[in-house]
Ligand binder design. Sequence first.
Ligand code: MLT
Length: 313
Amino acid sequence: VPVTPLRVLICDEMNPGNLVHDGFEIDYEGNMPREETLRRLPEYDALITRSRTKVDRELIDAAGPRLKVIGRGGVGVDNIDLDYASLRGLLVLNAPESNNVSAAELAIMHLMAAARGLTRSDSKTRQGVWDRKFLGLELKDRTLGIVGLGRIGSIVADRAQGLRLNVVAFDPYVPDSKFERLGVKRAATLDELLPQVDFLTVHTPLTDETTGMIGARELALMRPDSIVVNAARGGIIEEQALVDALHSGHLFGAGVDVFVDEPPTADHIFLSAPNLGITAHLGANTREAQERVGAEIVARVLAALQGDVSKGA
Ligand code: MLT
């Protein structure tokens, strides 16, 4: 009896690895236009995305009864309407292990870039201005504050210690033993953390609790000439507050990999802010991470679909 293959659609850019698996038909189209995803989705048992595709009500409704699993090629699942997915009985999976090193390395890169005025010097030099007046900051012996000492924050702590930074973190969900193991000082509250750090980097998911977690009040609690990095999710640090603190000169610099709305518009307030380094949500974009992400999420989704089939049999 011919068995109908289970069909999986990958609609965002990743390295999906081997697409040939017995009993499955996997279609990969890295940058599928949304209208096409909506149109084709009813033919699939599983959908795999990254952050580009918003898995909202409209998309879930477009899927119809065949869809069982949504796989997120990455860590954050904030692009997925989890409540609605669960209401519709969909299983949502992510790939939590694959791109942590890449995300952490990007955060460190932003910290160093801001400390040495990379963006500023790069654009001046391209404009024909040979400006050697800029004085940067050394990282050594300064203090890095980390909000969120999870998988990514822990790697940032380790790399920062290699650069001879002192590390202090705020994370109410992590036990003391982990702080001790990592050699990281614990701050009991955000308000306790902020005044004692020279640099701040956030590594939390985007939730109701973390949205706008660092606003004007929090930035004002930081030392003058601090640097702030957001390689996690747009909106954890309020965009307007960050820009204001850069323009006022309270902050020395900042680095951001993420925006509240991606891609940002051409007149976004970040684009004219002083000493603000920008990357285009590239935290997970390394060859190594995307190879691992693709393999991890495809394996998890296929296993879930198989489980689903054997349960039904
Ligand atoms: C993640 O949450 O892992 C990243 O945002 C992945 C991505 O770039 O899509």
